[in-house]
Structure formats: C-alpha cells, structure tokens
Design a protein around this ligand. Structure first.
Ligand code: NAG
Ligand code: NAG
Ligand code: NAG
Length: 667
C-alpha cells in the first residue's frame, strides 16, 4: 500500500479544512465554534492515523516513526524518503570502550494511552531484551505522541527507562529529527535575525567540501544567490536557553505554511542553559536536540554503569504548523510561531500528559532567594542577571557536564532575586554564576524538593575566587570570547546571512585561518595599558599554519609594567577559558625558555568550538599562584603557550585573564 494514499473522504476533508482556513484566515482561531473531535484510526494494521480536523499525523505501526504530517493536502515531510527517514527519534551510543553506533529507535508495541474527543495519546514502546546486547541501546524507550482538539500541532516526548539488570552504556546523543518536503520548504527561521532562503541538498552535493564534510562551499548552486557561499549546519546552532523555536516556511501551494519545533522548557535538556546545539539546517531538516556532545565533547556523555537504573522524560516538545492566506504575509508565520512559543511556555508544565513520569504543576516545587556577590573586601552587591539553577548534586560547576538529571535555570533580576518554579521533586544542588565575575557558585547544602514544596533560601553570598586586588585584566568574565577580536571572514568563504550582524560574526566559517594571516611572522603580543582587547586579542589562541599545511603551536605574550613589587609575596594569575580543544596551555613568567612551565593545564578538552563556530565551549577557571621572585620591577612578560600543533582546530578561547597582587594583610 502506498503511504501517501488517502481516502477520498480524507482528501475532501483536508481540502475543506484548508479552504476554510484560507477563507476565515486569522479569524478562525478567535471564532468560538467548537473544533472537530480528535479521531484515532487503526484500521490499517501497519499505520496509525490521528486527526483533529486541523492536523493529521500518520505513524508506522508498531515502529512509531512519523510517516506523514498534514495540515492540508500535502505531506509536509519528505515523502520520497523511506518511512523511517522522515520523522524519527535516534540515539548515538556505545558500550564503554567500543565504537559509537547510530540507531533509530523503532517501537515494537503500539498502545493507546488516551483516546477521546478531546485528546489522543499513543505510545510506541521498544523494550530492551538480552538478545539485543551489543546491537541496540540498553534502555527501554517509549515514544509518545499527543494530538488535542483544536490544536495546530502535536506534542512529542520520550520516556527513557533502565530497569535493573541492564549492561553499561554511554549515550552521546538523543534527538528527534524531522525531514521536510525538499521541493517546498526553502525559508528557514531560527531567530529574528537568523532567517532567510536556504540552499538545497543538491547545492551542497555539487559544492566543494571544506575542512570537514559539514562545511561546503556552494560552487555550483542552481541559484545565483547562494553561489560562492559557505553552508554548515553548525552556523545555525543556539544555546539551550535560546533554542526555543525554529523551523521552516513553504511559500508554495495555495497558502504559505510554517513548520516549527517549539521547546517550551529546558528542564530535560542536559548540561545547562548555555550548552549549544543544532537547530534547523539544509535538508530541509529540523531537529529537537535533547542530548549531544556538540560544543562539549565526551565529558558530557550520559554514562551508565552495569545495572544502573534510570528514568527520565524528554519533552514534550510541540510541533506547530501555521498558515496565512497570502504569500506576501509569509514572514508573519515566524512572529506567530514566537507567539505560540509564549503560549506553550505559559502552559508549562502541561497537565494533559499521559505518562505519570511527567509531573503536572501541582506536583512540583519552587525555590526562591536572593544572590549577592562579595568580591574581595568590597561590600555585597546584587548578583545582577545571575544564572541560578538546580541540577543533580555534584561539585561546584558540575552542572555544565551533568547529563542525566533535570536542570532548572533562570536568570535573577537586577537585584539578584530568583524564583525557580516547576521543579521536579528530588535532590539537587543550587548552582549559579554571575556575569562580570569569575568562577562558579554552589550552595553547600543539598536541596530536597518535595511535591508542592516551596523553599526560601533568603540571602546567599557568592565570594568569587580572588586573592588580592586587580593589577590589570583582559576581557569580560562572562564565559564567552565574544568581546575579543573577531576577524572578517575570508571573502571567498562567507555566509551572507551573518555579514551585517556584528553579534553573529563568530558564526562565519574559517575565522581560525585568519590568525596566521594577521600574525604571519610572530605571535600576538598584548601590552597592558596600550592594547585594547576588542582589537588586539584574537578570539581564539589557535595553531599557526605553515606553507606546508602543518600546524604549529603558538605563544602569546602579555607584557606589563610592575612597580613597587611586593617581596616576598604571592601574586595570582586568574585564567578563565571559554573553550578548550585538544589543547595544552602552558604559562611561563618572564622566562620563555624555562624548560618546565610554571603552570600547565595538561592536555584537555574536546568541545570543538573553534571548528563549530561556537564562541565558547566548556568553562574552565585556572587560578595560578606566582611568587614575586618570578616577577621584576619594570617590564614583565607572561608567555601563554598552546603547545599542541597538528590540527587547525586545536586551541583555547579565553574568557578573561587577570593579575592580582598579593593578599592585603589585615592588621
Ligand atoms: C552543476 O550544476 C549543473 C546545473 O544544475 C549540473 O548540470 C552539473 O552537473 C553540476 N556540476 C557538478 C560538478 O556537480
Ligand atoms: C496579498 O497581499 C498583497 C500585498 O499586501 C495584496 O496586494 C494582494 O491583493 C493580496 N492578495 C490577496 C489574494 O488577498
Ligand atoms: C606563597 O605561597 C606558598 C605556597 O602556598 C607559601 O608557602 C608561602 O608562604 C607564600 N608566601 C607568602 C609571602 O605569602
């Protein structure tokens, strides 16, 4: 049976719905006529159809792959693709010490969780059995879909469950993928500024791959507008906190249609609010990323020991479809999707989810308080816009690598007040960091959230690392390298979308190559009091390429004057790194030839933010003590050597560096 075939009745029904949408336009929603009931159809043993008269969803039975999504006559998914290659959930995993495997999760048991005129929820469960060892991720996975009466979209979520007795596993990625109709969806939108017509898969296939396969120079696009541009899906990444709505618009057919992936909460995503991940990209593809090692590396893998039990709900996310009657209004589909996001956020946590593992609002708790900062001997000040969150108990700063539990983050107000709502009961630590200050805060007492519980922590005080007064500093302590010098891209390797937007300049391809062009003969030298970090501090300490196409370590210098040196005394060099990729940063004071560096980070990091056009990866703070015998009155030089060569993508991004004089002795 052809998947695409629909009964004459269904066809007429959809035509009627589409026509009524077009005729009534935006009024449709405000008119209080009751929308049709939701229907579940399982007549075809290999397919399940759920339909609310606005949206119709076809799923393979019992695999639970999304075969078709209709809000009109045509499938919005790519019907040329196989049934398991249109809308699916996949996992990248490995047994410890073995190679990673990519697996699409195919259900084996279909069941109906709810089916009445107001809501249909269906489940496609894949239960792990010992015969699957080595070939299938050791986790029971339940894929759920919800369609409600009157909704312009459907909800999707997944329950991951490890009962006792399962083998060890590391999970590097969990996501839901949607592949849209290639012939119709050309316009992609991720934010108010990141939106435009996109090249096609064919444009990429006929282009020239660059330093890695994801980056392609479009040498032979059928459309003039894309010729000579670079396309790379990593240019469309977002931080979790901003990865809330993205998708595609088709302007073909009777009326423009938008397809949007809406993520109303980050609680189920891992590694905190500034973890970056993919959104939508050429395909046309839209992703819902739950877990990945992107911009973080294997340090954020979900690692389970043998027999370790686990349960977590990923989602729900909302797949929203909208339309407007007139092509000239197609851009309004984006603003309508943004409005829909705020509707979903307002309704979060949903009270209609069938799984008892997804807790409704009345079973969750809150934490309130106020965070103050006391930096050095100064008076307390409000932790203005601090990021405050709950994550599984761990060390200070551990949330950025924490991948198993739920996380609940907000930004405090100007006065440092925070209110974290809708927390799933359980044990947590409260973590925070404050833009403008180095380091990480952790409230030392474990916090236990109970059903309906409300915890008030009152005033908390964060003492950022500091051993003495600041002598000088470079950059802004905010866990990003965005304030440093961002070169113009090679004119032959641009993405024109980012050309007029200074904020997004770091997303251009190949900026790392500009270092060797800017510093052909000698490495960067920064003179405190003379240099300006906006212009004179390259955004990343990358390797230097040689004409023979090999890559050399680099040594940057910070030169500064010191007067009235305190002898004896311990100075402190604070080095906050925003990203580290296969790098070893060595620090020497005034003696480049010292065989042993004064300090070395050791070989660290795999966040790959240089290659992936991130402006940060994982945050690392190094507090380095330097005795005054290593410093002199007058001119001093700190040598920063990134001692690993080999690849253009090895290196570090600095967030901020500071030299502190010895502690002031209180008498
Ligand atoms: C370039 O594009 C043209 C027209 O689309 C096509 O016929 C040709 O095969 C393409 N060349 C390459 C090298 O892909
Ligand atoms: C669509 O919008 C354009 C521009 O606003 C207008 O000129 C045109 O008449 C509209 N078409 C229809 C069918 O309403
Ligand atoms: C400097 O630090 C070292 C190591 O912590 C310590 O032994 C020494 O007493 C300190 N010197 C001064 C002058 O504080």
């Amino acid at each position: 049976m052809k998947v695409e075939s629909v009964s004459i009745f269904q066809w007429w029904f959809r035509v009627a719905v589409q026509l009524s949408l077009i005729l009534l336009g935006a009024c449709y929603r405000s008119v209080s006529t009751s929308p049709p009931p939701v229907k579940l159809n399982t007549e075809n043993p290999h397919q399940v159809v759920i339909d609310n008269g606005i949206i119709s969803l076809n799923l393979s039975n019992p695999e639970g792959d999304i075969i078709g999504i209709y809000n009109g006559i045509k499938n919005v998914l790519e019907a040329k693709n196989k049934e398991d290659d249109r809308g699916y959930l996949d996992v990248v995993w490995n047994e410890p010490g073995k190679h990673g495997m990519f697996q699409r999760i195919r259900g084996t048991d279909f069941s109906v969780i709810a089916a009445n005129e107001n809501i249909v929820e269906i489940s496609f469960l894949r239960t792990w059995t010992a015969s699957m060892k080595g070939s299938s991720v050791p986790m029971n996975i339940d894929k759920r879909y919800i369609l409600r009466r009157g909704d312009y979209g459907f909800y999707s979520y997944a329950i991951f469950n490890r009962p006792s007795g399962l083998p060890a596993v590391e999970i590097d990625q969990i996501r839901i993928v949607f592949k849209l109709d290639e012939t119709r969806f050309h316009y992609m939108a991720i934010s108010d500024t990141r939106q435009r017509n996109m090249p096609s898969v064919r444009d990429r296939a006929s282009g020239q791959p660059l330093a890695y396969p994801e980056a392609v120079l479009l040498t032979n696009s059928s459309e003039q507008q894309f010729k000579g541009e670079v396309d790379d899906k990593y240019q469309y990444s977002s931080e979790n906190k901003d990865n809330t709505v993205h998708g595609w618009i088709t302007q073909d057919g009777l009326a423009p249609v938008g397809f949007w992936l809406i993520t109303p909460s980050n609680e189920f995503r891992h590694a905190g609010p500034v973890k970056q991940d993919l959104t939508s990209h050429v395909g046309p593809t839209t992703l819902s990323m739950f877990v990945s090692t992107h911009y973080a590396g294997k340090e954020v893998t979900m690692a389970f020991g043998e027999g370790e039990t686990y349960k977590k709900v990923f989602g729900p996310v909302f797949v929203y479809l909208n339309s407007v009657p007139n092509k000239s209004q197609f851009r309004s589909l984006w603003s309508d999707a943004v409005e829909q996001l705020s509707n979903e956020v307002r309704r979060w946590p949903y009270d209609f989810v069938g799984s008892k593992d997804f807790l409704p609002p009345n079973q969750r708790g809150t934490v309130t308080g106020r965070l103050l900062v006391q930096d050095g001997g100064k008076r307390d000040q409000p932790a203005n816009n601090a990021y405050v969150g709950l994550a599984l108990p761990g060390d200070t700063g551990s949330w950025q690598k924490e991948s198993k539990g739920y996380q609940f983050w907000i930004q405090a107000d100007k006065a440092g007040h925070f209110l974290i709502k809708n927390i799933v009961p359980g044990d947590y630590n409260l973590y925070a960091w404050v833009p403008g200050f180095i380091g990480d805060y952790r409230y030392k007492t474990k916090i236990t959230i109970e059903r309906g519980g409300n915890i008030n922590l009152n005033s908390l005080v964060y003492n950022p690392p500091r051993n003495g007064p600041t002598l000088w500093e470079i950059g802004i302590p905010d866990r990003s390298a965005a304030e440093f010098y961002m070169p113009d891209p090679n004119p032959k390797l641009v993405n024109r979308l980012f050309q007029n937007d200074k904020q997004d300049k770091f997303r251009q391809y190949g900026l790392w190559e500009r270092y060797t062009e800017l510093y052909p003969n000698h490495d960067l030298v920064y003179t405190v009091g003379v240099s300006d970090y906006h212009n004179d501090w390259f955004y990343a300490q990358v390797t230097r390429s040689t004409p023979e196409k090999s890559y050399m370590p680099t040594t940057w210098q910070i030169q500064f004057q010191l007067k009235n040196i305190i002898m004896p005394g311990n100075y402190t060099f604070q080095v906050a790194l925003a990203s580290t990729t296969n790098a070893r940063l060595e620090v020497r004071f005034n003696d480049l030839n010292a065989k042993l560096p004064h300090f070395s980070t050791g070989l660290k990091g795999d966040d790959n933010a240089i290659a992936r056009h991130g402006i940060h990866g994982l945050y690392r703070l190094h507090t380095i003590a330097v005795g005054s015998n290593h410093l002199v009155n007058g001119k001093n030089t700190i040598y920063l050597t990134q001692s690993k060569g080999i690849s253009p993508f090895m290196g570090v991004m600095y967030d901020y560096v500071r030299l502190e004089s010895p502690p002031i002795k209180s008498t």
